[in-house]
Ligand binder design. Structure first.
Ligand code: UDX
Length: 436
């Protein structure tokens, strides 16, 4: 099939390369010429394991092209909208300007019978508004909403082998045609037995926000338990292991620590609350306010624990922060708890050095006042406290004995409860975990 992918960020670049891998003829379109230049020569403009190889293979096959011109979408049978929906400045609601711009730019290039497929995370009600506003230009062009559930760091696998497909489609024959087109796009994955659920627009939009809200709630639940464990002298990691063995609960997403961040969970729960308010259903989501508050409290708690670890004052203390990305295997620092804690410590008088295998350039752009060091050993040198804030394997597997020879004081705060506590203690470290 001929496919266009509009928006080539974390979602769209992976989607475009994956669709070409599945055998389709794909054009990826983005307004950023720098991004398009890089993608065209096989450079992923961000760190995502497996993407450079997939990109190169798809470019080599001749089935993948990139362009800055929306006119190149003309002739595709299916157009995926993959642009971002960030949080509006100073508000909880989502900023839909990029979605609207994508639809407005695409509309004149649609032909009869084209299927436009929204993948961006949008407030419920957006798809039907977009259908009304932009889909009249071509006869029988149809809008479908097909939310994406990919995780950064696993984006290639999640795109090629998702857990499920969700199709939000209009009623009747148009909906059937849209579902048929999507079945054709995803034929390879569907033949592996991946379930597909067909529903109305609103339910499809809500599936995505509900899934992210549930995940955020699960993490905040265990972080609330961490607060309790700290107060009661219990261990939240053992508690999570024990409750996680009940398969109704499950152990995944029960890692207590410094809380969740990234370009999705924080802004999605806020946009969900804002939308619920507009719909007069704000009471239904007041619990998400608490989920957000518990999450933000983890950051201030980490700063306080660091102060204690440094003997009561942060002034002039050298602190090494291991990790800037919001999670391992990503260079994404959007709403990164690690980076926000590092900046807060610096603001309170500490001398902070941050190291990360992939995210230093992005982190420096956001917080130029922090000190960055690529070499881990150099970053550790002379530290009064070491904070593990993003659980990259190279940090988790650090040798505590060797690390102990370069620091000034052997104080370690394990912000992700990922280090082997006894190993660090046996090497003479004063170990502090989160909620244990
Ligand atoms: C998330 C959803 O998982 C994905 O389905 C959706 O499409 C986009 O949003 P992502 O933002 O890539 O994906 O990251 P995710 O793996 O969900 O992690 C989010 C945050 O939660 C990270 O900061 C991570 O460190 C944190 N987290 C995760 C915890 O603090 N504890 C856990 O147990 C799990």
């Amino acid at each position: 099939m001929r496919i266009s992918v509009i928006g080539c960020g974390y979602l769209g670049a992976v989607h475009a390369a994956s669709m070409a891998k599945l055998g389709h003829e794909v054009v990826g379109i983005d307004v950023d010429p720098k991004k398009i230049d890089e993608l065209s020569v096989g450079h992923a403009p961000f760190f995502e394991p497996g993407l450079p190889d997939l990109l190169q293979a798809s470019l080599d096959s001749g089935r993948l092209k990139f362009s800055t011109s929306m006119a190149d979408a003309a002739g595709s049978a299916v157009h995926f909208i993959c642009v971002g929906t960030p949080q509006r400045k100073g508000e909880y609601a989502a900023d839909l300007r990029y979605v609207d711009a994508a639809f407005a730019g695409l509309a004149p290039h649609l032909s009869a019978g084209d299927v436009v497929v929204g993948k961006s995370t949008v407030p419920v009600g957006t798809a039907s508004r977009l259908a009304d506003e932009y889909m009249e230009t071509a006869p029988e062009a149809i809008l479908a909403w097909n939310p994406e559930f990919l995780r950064e760091g696993h984006a290639v696998k999640d795109t090629l082998h998702p857990d499920r497909f969700v199709y939000g489609v209009p009623e009747g024959a148009a909906g059937e045609r849209a579902a048929k087109a999507l079945d054709e796009v995803y034929a390879a994955s569907l033949s592996e037995g991946t379930p597909r659920l067909v529903m109305d627009y609103s339910t499809a939009e809500l599936v995505k926000t509900a899934a992210n809200s549930f995940l955020a709630t699960k993490i905040s639940f265990i972080n609330a338990m961490a607060e309790l464990c700290e107060a009661a002298g219990a261990d939240v990691t053992l508690l999570a292991d024990a409750i996680g063995m009940d398969d109704r609960i499950g152990r995944k997403f029960l890692n207590a620590g410094i809380g969740f961040g990234g370009g999705c969970l924080p802004k999605d729960i806020r946009a969900f609350m804002a939308r619920a308010g507009e719909l007069g259903a704000d009471q239904a989501l007041t619990f998400l306010r608490e989920v957000d508050a518990i999450n933000m409290r983890r950051r201030s708690r980490t700063v306080e624990l660091t102060r204690v670890l440094c003997g009561g004052s942060l002034i002039g203390k050298r602190i090494t922060v291991l990790g800037a990305a919001f999670k391992p295997n990503s260079d994404d620092v959007r709403d990164s708890p690690a980076l926000s804690i590092a900046a807060q410590l610096q603001l309170q008088g500490a001398d902070v050095t941050v190291t990360d295998p992939e995210a230093i350039d992005n982190a420096r752009r956001r917080f130029p006042e922090l000190h960055f060091e690529r070499n881990v050993e150099a970053a550790l040198s002379g530290a009064h406290a070491v904070l593990l804030l993003t659980e990259w394997p190279e940090f988790v597997n650090l040798d505590p004995k060797a690390a102990g020879t370069t620091v000034a004081d052997r104080n370690v705060l394990d912000g992700r409860n990922a280090l082997e506590k006894t190993r660090w203690q046996e090497s003479g470290w004063n170990y502090k975990g989160m909620g244990r």
